[in-house]
Design a protein around this ligand. Structure first.
Ligand code: SAM
Length: 310
């Protein structure tokens, strides 16, 4: 299990390198990712476009949530080295509380980068003077990062309380390429607990989908070879089973789109801009990739039920 956990944690390094590459090439702006990922590694145009669609697609749902919700909190599950807190801060939007959760090995590395980087630290400090730190956790006025295994609900609850999460405030949960690495039954338990515990919430899940075909099988084999896919993960989900996962866990509603659909919904001018960045040799490969990833949203309560980007 320790080996599997390490392999899962290593997926963050890969995701961060991919984001760093796409940002460097100009797909989107993120002045912070290079502070967590000093190394630049060139990725293929398909990967870069895939990350662009993922970041922009998830970002459009986040924007909508923030337009609807006042006094809202954001909880980023399996946040890795994601820089959303700093980017939202620059956009001037008001977040009551922002909490990041990941394995302690990952959060300790993130804490280390934050501690030694004035640009990152100053944005956290700006709220008030005090930042409390341990080797794996960091607590500031409206930013918290805590080390925890998401499969341990008791510990997740303890850590959220330590992070001053209020269970009665509108809350956005984000899981970007995280739930696939957690056993199906444990995801179900986590989703059930969140639905039961938070009154008004919205969940954005970006994840692999439609893995039952040949292309999906190759993706799964690749994850298994890296040792980060647990045998008890049901990786054969369709858009319908992705939605059902929320509906069967006590969420009031759910919608799902594959990334072909999401890409088509992104602003045309921005798509045209990024399509000029790199020549794409194999359009078909990109479409296949997009068919095997999705965004699923779930909501609890009425406040966020109309969020949509279509
Ligand atoms: N969400 C980030 C992003 O999009 O850049 C990171 C994605 S990375 C592919 C998956 C992350 O989920 C890793 O940082 C990993 O450590 C975390 N993760 C997976 N299973 C977890 C668990 N059981 N508890 C805590 N974190 C977990």
């Amino acid at each position: 299990m320790a080996g599997a956990n390490e392999a899962v944690q290593a997926t963050n390094d890969d995701a961060s390198l991919c984001k760093r590459c796409a940002v460097q090439l100009g797909y989107w702006d993120d002045p912070y990712i290079s502070l967590f990922v000093p190394k630049y590694e060139r990725k293929t145009p398909e990967i870069n476009r895939g990350y662009y669609a993922r970041t922009k697609g998830v970002g459009m749902f986040i924007d909508q949530f923030m337009e609807v919700g006042e006094n809202c909190q954001i909880v980023n599950l399996g946040s890795g080295f994601d820089t959303l807190y700093w980017r939202l801060k620059d956009s001037g939007r008001n977040i009551v509380n922002f909490v990041e959760l990941d394995f302690p090995n990952v959060t300790s590395r993130k804490c280390y980068f934050i501690k030694r980087n004035k640009i990152l630290l100053d944005k956290i400090h700006a709220e008030d003077g005090e930042v409390r730190l341990s080797s794996t956790d960091l607590h500031a006025a409206n930013y918290h990062i805590v080390g925890v295994d998401l499969r341990n609900i008791v510990e997740v609850e303890t850590k959220l309380v330590e992070a001053e999460i209020k269970f009665d405030l509108p809350t956005l949960f984000i899981a970007e390429c995280v739930l696939i690495y957690i056993e199906t039954i444990q995801v179900q338990r986590l989703l059930t607990w969140l639905a039961k515990t938070f009154k008004s919430s919205f969940f954005i899940n970006y994840e692999q989908v439609n893995m039952g075909d040949k292309f999906g099988d190759v993706m799964l084999q690749n994850l298994r070879a890296r040792g980060c896919l647990l045998a008890s993960v049901d990786a054969s989900k369709s858009l319908d089973t992705q939605k059902d996962r929320f509906l069967q866990s006590g969420w009031d509603g759910a919608k799902a789109w594959d990334m072909v659909q999401i890409y088509g919904m992104l602003p045309a001018a921005d798509r045209q801009r990024i399509e000029r960045i790199e020549f794409l040799d194999e359009q078909e490969l990109l479409v296949q990739l997009f068919q095997h990833y999705c965004i699923v949203v779930g909501w609890k309560g009425d406040t966020f039920k109309d969020i949509d980007i279509t």
